[in-house]
Design a protein around this ligand. Structure first.
Ligand SMILES: N[C@@H](CCC(=O)N[C@@H](CS)C(=O)NCC(=O)O)C(=O)O
Length: 353
């Protein structure tokens, strides 16, 4: 890191109800990277700041080497970018097999668990009633009640209409809810071991899970009640994840690949059961020029519009596996195969044929 980067204070635009905003702010706190947070959205960005290529939250502003302020979006590449500028307290393990598992779990959390989050938030009436005013007041707590009510209904209607885009509908709802019901005890057991997914220090995978879980555990009443009925550990973990600036982050706190792989088998089983079949269906439908994915996930029909960004996610995972050194591929292959993740080993074909 050069002196300019060292001295730089990043700026983040986001809202508490945005899982990816929570992911990045918790990660910056853990990494002890100085930042200021602008609570708000792209209706009220900081004056005269550049507009990002897509108006997503979070948007992170920083000064480039040429001295220009730039607006960055998409937490996954952003986290890798920060790894290059700031070397201390990394969130990506050095071991290539562990790093691959970290990428896979981060991707599952960002892309599948967000379906779960969006589904509970908008498909359940109680959750929708709960979230609509929060979304408005998170962006501006000074709004008068009447204006807030009108805005909340309008915003709520827009989000509700977007439910189908992420894949929540009457057909997929039970598959989504069953997957979350299975995930909670899996995460409880994983965390009970050493505190985090890959050992005694947090990784990008933990922050991605945390981002979605802030909403599922702290905000939405239906999944929050579900979680508390099964695990008290998980809500406590979510509270702690918010600020891990005091975590020692020693090199030896990473699991050995052997330990990690054994502990992660149930979570990989869940990823292989729902997320990878969806990704594969999405990529096949996109390649055939279809608008809609109709595939089978967890023994049921899964139907949703093709999601172009998630075509890229699938390719990134396949490329990640292909780029691994031969001994890491060999090490990961048996467990990935046993847990339903063989599509990653077989370069995108379900059975290896
Ligand atoms: N892959 C992106 C996803 C970011 C994202 O989808 N953000 C949501 C809010 S959590 C958003 O800005 N959606 C558009 C909108 O609300 O208008 C990331 O990791 O940052």
């Amino acid at each position: 890191m050069n002196a300019a980067e060292q001295a730089q204070v990043l700026e983040v635009l986001g809202v508490p109800g945005s899982p990816y905003t929570r992911k990045i702010t918790a990660l910056l706190r853990f990494r002890r990277i100085p930042f200021v947070l602008h609570w708000g959205n792209h209706d009220s960005p900081p004056a005269d700041y550049p507009v990002p290529r897509v108006r997503l939250l979070p948007t992170v502003y920083r000064t480039s080497n040429e001295g220009e302020r730039e607006a960055l979006v998409d937490t996954t590449p952003l986290i890798r970018n920060l790894e290059m500028s700031y070397t201390q307290r990394s969130v990506i393990p050095e071991n290539p097999a562990l790093a691959f598992l970290c990428d896979l779990i981060e991707d599952y959390a960002d892309e599948w668990l967000t379906k779960v989050m969006f589904h509970y938030r908008w498909a359940h009436e109680a959750d929708r009633q709960n979230i609509e005013p929060l979304l408005v007041y998170w962006a501006d707590p000074t709004l008068d009640a009447d204006t807030a009510r009108v805005k909340a209904e309008k915003f709520g209607q827009r989000q509700y209409e977007r439910l189908y885009v992420v894949g929540s509908n009457a057909v997929t709802g039970p598959t989504i809810e069953d997957s979350f019901t299975r995930l909670v005890p899996i995460l409880d057991t994983l965390i009970a071991r050493r505190g985090f997914v890959l050992g005694g220090r947090p990784s990008a995978a933990d922050f991605a899970l945390y981002g979605q879980l802030t909403q599922l555990v702290q905000v939405e009443p239906t999944p929050a009640a579900l979680v508390r009925g099964v695990s008290q550990r998980l809500p406590a973990w979510v509270d702690r994840m918010e600020d891990l600036s005091g975590n020692a982050a020693r090199e030896e706190d990473w699991d050995t690949p052997e330990l990690a792989l054994k502990a992660l088998a149930p979570l990989l089983g869940e990823i292989g059961r729902v997320y990878l079949p969806f990704l594969l269906g999405n990529v096949v439908a996109a390649a055939a020029g279809e608008d809609t994915v109709n595939t089978e996930v967890d023994g049921r029909l899964w139907t949703q519009p093709v999601f172009p960004y998630q075509v890229k996610c699938f390719k990134a995972l396949l490329d990640g596996f292909k780029a691994l050194p031969a001994e890491d591929k060999e090490f990961l292959t048996p467990v990935l195969t046993e847990t339903g993740c063989q599509v990653l080993v077989n370069n995108g074909t379900p059975s290896g044929s």
